[in-house]
Write a protein that binds this ligand. Structure first.
Ligand code: PLP
Length: 439
């Protein structure tokens, strides 16, 4: 194809390949034969450089709870921009935002803001180690918690290396991960108390925390059961370990996060994505006694922690407005819309007869090209052929002007209505028809 016939995204990607590894700055946007470049977003829609309009269910990887360029956030951020973006001083807005979150969630007695979900999870783990004086962590198999060495163990485990289900192996995600890191992470099966507790009981004296995403996206987007959370909570209490929730994605699930689903509460929670109102953010929140490891008034600070852009007033301003507007009524409305989306997806599956099902909770859903709903990472795992088929489905949805997360997951935003869900339904019927013969 001559240069003139290439789309703008294709042309830009060729230039990007000269300066960015693989032409991208983060793998989430990578697509073959090339990624799409966005020119602008507005509400539930985005527009690529070739002026194609797309209904956005990816919402920057589940971070834009009010869609794109939400006017109240834009107005407040523009005002703050003119007053300065970051200072070597605290600002009032960080206190107001901290108050809002601590008043909202019973388990949040204190909160510290950081700059990403990765950093939030890392800080929770380090705080747990500092508080307990122990070194190991436990996590569920296949769960994605960002890029901290210990948190990412087993994230990409596969049938050739994941070992027996009763004793999942600690598999490195990044080449060169030190053996010491792998040794200090106990991988446990999700929603399987008997096996998980048997593994934890191998070295209870060394485990600082159990890290749990209550509905791990990459491991199937299946909610944890109340029983599993209760059992982990009890085990942590018995053995002086902390229960840490990664709610970077799931905090949208109820007014108080996914932790609102369970009887037991975590000691610490990692937050990110949605609470930044569209700007980079993270936070760790939890029990006063544990958060005290960060307190700089102590003579021997157990966890000296800083961050140049932590709690910067742009993020705090955007986050405060985003969360004020995601009040109880907004959460309820969005979750009802998600019920409608689930029903619409199931109708599309029935109409077309493809072997598929849908998982999820709150305002996030994931389509599996499997007849039976998976229960955890291993049953949700896709082999090469299944991965290709899912990729084809995501590509066909894009043809139908629908942007999904590449796992074929959908996050709703408060600016969506039934109209957008019905568009999704029509697009799915068309896309399922196109891939049906490939099963
Ligand atoms: C559950 C979970 N934890 C942590 C992270 C890392 O967050 P960030 O990309 O902001 O570093 C993510 C990101 O997708 C996530 O989904």
């Amino acid at each position: 194809m001559s240069g003139d016939q290439l789309s703008r995204s294709e042309k830009l990607y060729q230039e990007a390949l000269d300066v960015l590894p693989g032409g991208v700055s983060r793998n989430a946007v990578f697509r073959r034969p090339h990624p799409f470049y966005v020119s602008k977003g507005a509400g539930a829609y985005l527009y690529d450089l070739d002026r194609k309009q797309c209904l956005d269910f990816a919402n920057n990887m589940a971070s834009l709870i009010h869609g794109h360029a939400y006017p109240p956030i834009v107005a407040a951020v523009v005002e703050q921009l003119q007053k300065g973006t970051a200072f070597t001083m605290a600002t009032e807005v960080e206190v107001r935002f901290a108050q809002l979150l601590c008043e909202r969630v019973p388990s949040f007695e204190k909160i510290r803001f950081v700059n990403s979900g990765t950093e939030a999870v890392m800080c929770c783990i380090k705080a747990a180690r500092a508080f307990t004086g122990k070194r190991k962590i436990a996590k569920t198999e296949g769960a994605y918690h960002g890029g901290y060495d210990f948190a990412e163990v087993s994230q990409t485990a596969n049938p050739t290396n994941w070992g027996d289900a009763s004793r999942p192996a600690s598999i490195p995600t990044v080449a060169g991960t030190p053996k010491g890191v792998l040794d200090d992470v106990q991988v446990v099966p999700f929603n399987d108390s008997e096996r998980a507790l048997a593994i934890l009981n191998e070295s209870p004296e060394d485990i600082a925390c159990v890290l749990l995403d209550p509905m791990p996206h990459r491991a199937g987007l299946i909610p944890a059961t109340n029983e599993f959370v209760n059992d982990l909570r009890k085990w942590c209490d018995q053995h002086g370990a902390l229960l840490v929730f990664d709610e970077v994605i799931t905090f949208r699930s109820t007014y108080t996060g996914a932790q609102g689903w369970f009887d037991a509460k975590p000691d610490l929670t990692a937050l990110g994505k949605m609470i930044g109102g569209g700007f980079p953010v993270g936070a760790l929140a939890g029990r006063d006694e544990v958060m005290a490891v960060l307190d700089p008034r102590q003579e021997n600070i157990l966890y000296p922690h800083s961050g140049t852009f932590s709690a910067n007033p742009i993020t705090m301003t955007a986050g405060l407005i985003a969360m004020e507007h995601f009040d109880k009524a907004a959460v309820d409305r969005l979750n009802k819309l998600a019920d409608y989306a689930r029903q619409t997806i199931n109708d599309a599956i029935q109409t077309t007869g493809v072997p598929a099902c849908v998982s999820g909770g709150g305002s996030m859903l994931r389509i599996h090209l499997k007849k039976q709903l998976p229960g955890e990472y291993r049953s949700a795992y896709l082999d090469k052929q299944e991965t290709q088929l899912l990729k084809k489905l995501v590509d066909e949805l894009y043809v139908e002007h629908i942007m999904a997360i590449n796992s074929c997951s959908f996050t709703l935003s408060t600016v969506m209505t039934e109209k957008e869900i019905e568009h999704l339904g029509r697009a799915l019927v068309a896309a399922f028809h196109k891939i049906k013969s490939l099963f």
